[in-house]
Design a protein around this ligand. Structure first.
Ligand SMILES: [Zn+2]
Length: 234
């Protein structure tokens, strides 16, 4: 392989690392956003679970209040029963007392059901809280990872950039300009292997025998006629 191709491959290795590190850096805010979004979802779920739990408690209190009201009414009806001298009124009051007692029974059944629901809602609230805590823990760990990734990526970019800056000076000017031009338009990976079957690794195009011959000879930089990448022969 010609020295210029060797230089370009070393340069390309640095550029690939720079490109990968830059991509990682770009992804960091997106990842951070996703973490925040998930955390918000869990917080919303907990607030909803709290509301549902309080509503269930309120429903029990209301039924309890309704039951108490009827008990008070029964007490009053019994007093009136004790005071009345009319048999017809006594019977009417007795009938009312039975009616209210039946309502109290119904309310007691309803209250028991509602209390079971309160227990369930309470459990759901605990679970939602646990989930939020787990998500917070995950977010903290992930946040720390992202901080590390940022630091590492920045350090890789700095190191690789400085290496490529000194490497690029050594490359013959025509080859350097061609490489830089291709890098700017295609991204890292512009010096590509010519497959034994005569295909360009960059675009998979089968190259004409004359081009293959020029690559194999290795006397000059040969570009793929399809994608313009620089070809080399292993
Ligand atoms: Zn190609």
């Amino acid at each position: 392989m010609s020295p210029v191709l060797q230089e370009l491959l070393i340069l390309q290795e640095r550029d690939s690392k720079i490109q990968a590190a830059k991509k990682d850096l770009e992804n960091i805010p997106l990842e951070a956003g996703k973490i925040k979004e998930k955390l918000n979802e869990k917080l919303k779920a907990l607030n909803a679970a709290k509301d549902t739990y309080f509503d269930a408690q309120k429903a029990v209190k209301q039924v309890d209040l309704d039951r108490q009201t009827r008990k008070d009414t029964i007490t009053k009806l019994k007093m009136r029963q004790g005071e009345t001298k009319k048999n017809e009124e006594f019977q009417m009051l007795a009938h009312e007392i039975v009616r209210y007692s039946e309502q109290i029974d119904e309310l007691e059944t309803k209250e028991l059901e509602l209390m079971e629901s309160v227990d369930l809602r309470k459990q759901e609230r605990v679970e939602a809280n646990d989930q939020l805590l787990a998500e917070k823990k995950f977010a903290t760990e992930k946040g720390q990872e992202l901080v590390e990734l940022k630091k590492n990526s920045e350090s890789v970019i700095k190191k690789m950039q400085s290496e490529r800056d000194s490497l690029v000076q050594k490359v013959e000017v025509g080859a350097r300009e061609l490489y830089e031009r291709l890098l700017a338009s295609r991204g890292a990976g512009v010096v590509v292997l010519l497959k034994p079957e005569g295909q360009c690794t960059g675009c998979n195009m089968k190259l004409p025998p004359a081009t293959i011959h020029r690559v194999t000879a290795g006397a000059e930089l040969v570009q793929c006629s399809e994608c313009s990448r620089i070809l080399y022969n292993a």
